[in-house]
Design a binder for this molecule. Sequence first.
Ligand code: PA5
Length: 462
Amino acid sequence: MIKLDYKNVSSLVIGEKNGLNLENEFLEYKNRIKDIIIDLNQRKDKPGQWLQWMNLGYSEETVWYVKEFASMVEGRFENILVLGIGGSALGGIAVTEALLKPYWNLCSKEQRNNYPRIFFLDNIDPDSIKGLLDILDLKKTLVNVITKSGSTAETMSQYMIIKDMLEKELDDDYRKNIVVTTDQKIGVLRQLADQEGYKTFVIPDDVGGRFSVFSAVGLLPFALVGLDIDKIMSGIKDMDLALKNTDIFENIAAQGALINYLADTKLGKDISVMMPYSSRLRYISDWYVQLWAESLGKECNKNGEKVNVGTTPVKALGATDQHSQLQLYNEGPNNKLITFIRVENFDNTLEIPKIFEYTGIGYLGGKTINDLINAEADSTKVTLADHSRPAMTIFIDKVDEYNIAELMYMLEVQTAIAGELYNIDTFNQPGVEQAKNYTYALMGRAGYEDSAMNLQSKISSV
Ligand code: PA5
């Protein structure tokens, strides 16, 4: 089970001005947290609450269908190409980067145990799309188009380009190279997929994009590249059980949520830095940034009052960003809460040879790279405390399916609890929808004509 160490948020360590009296705060919020946890668990099965993500760990049916499809196509494709953006891509990127052998796409087929390479197109830079399409043999590529709404312009335009290319290369057989993950009923892609006869997977109702990683959105690509999705499900289930505990003193998601909330509202720490000390967890930060930003950055609270809340999530990587951002964290404005993620057991131990003994780098010889990264993480934590900067650390035993699922599910629940503390709707994203609608208008989508005229005048006046 993953652990949370919040000692360096305590006023006993970093002083009253920048720290929290956690014992008192936990006691003060004990009942409120209990009510929130009970409420989330009671509401999770009700339609329209957008809490179905809390049930994904138990969806044996999805696992079965995903495994069935993965075994059906095993050995047929050299590449998986995922088309998606935001919540339809970030979880997949985070998990595959964490769990696949590092530099997976550069490994030989044998090193990949015959599983395919995997690529994510989550942007619409024409140069990078063209660059990838130039090197992929589409005939040997399974394209997984992922979009909850079934109409996102970025994903749909990529799909249109690639479908056209596939059809030219494969004639009618092109359909076998496309698998779609989308809503069961709504959206343009759902209609097209049904007409074209693609294999489809469903993103369940009431699961928002940023909470969808453990639906077929993530599970399908994970299974296709040989990740153990049963272990992922076990990690979610065990964490879900642990987080049903309504006692703030024993629930790490509640602790993380409350600390973030109080650091913001009481201490003015309105920047939330996520800093794993593991390159493999680098994209967990990207995923977390979206989860936190889109969920908590809201104009109005549930009563309709204008509140403009939300702390700004920032991603950092240890030890790399000690040489980039740490100066600011230590000496710049004291407005950040830093969350480290530490891996207790790396898969490898890398010894530094005992050479150059009589030089200034001789002290490194005989130690391991593991010693070094741990020393750097400890040093950063202490130096931040020396400067009265609050920080907490999530410890995970190792980077594997079980632990990554626990970590990500815990962060989802933490976000949901934080949203309740702010009294906002955690699961909508009107700010994202507004930009999407503007794009539709500018690209000439029917029904958006008035908005298009309005926008053109705003654009030309800038
Ligand atoms: O979290 C969200 O809801 C968004 O980031 C969406 O995932 C993103 O906009 C992509 O939407 P869709 O999956 O509908 O293509």
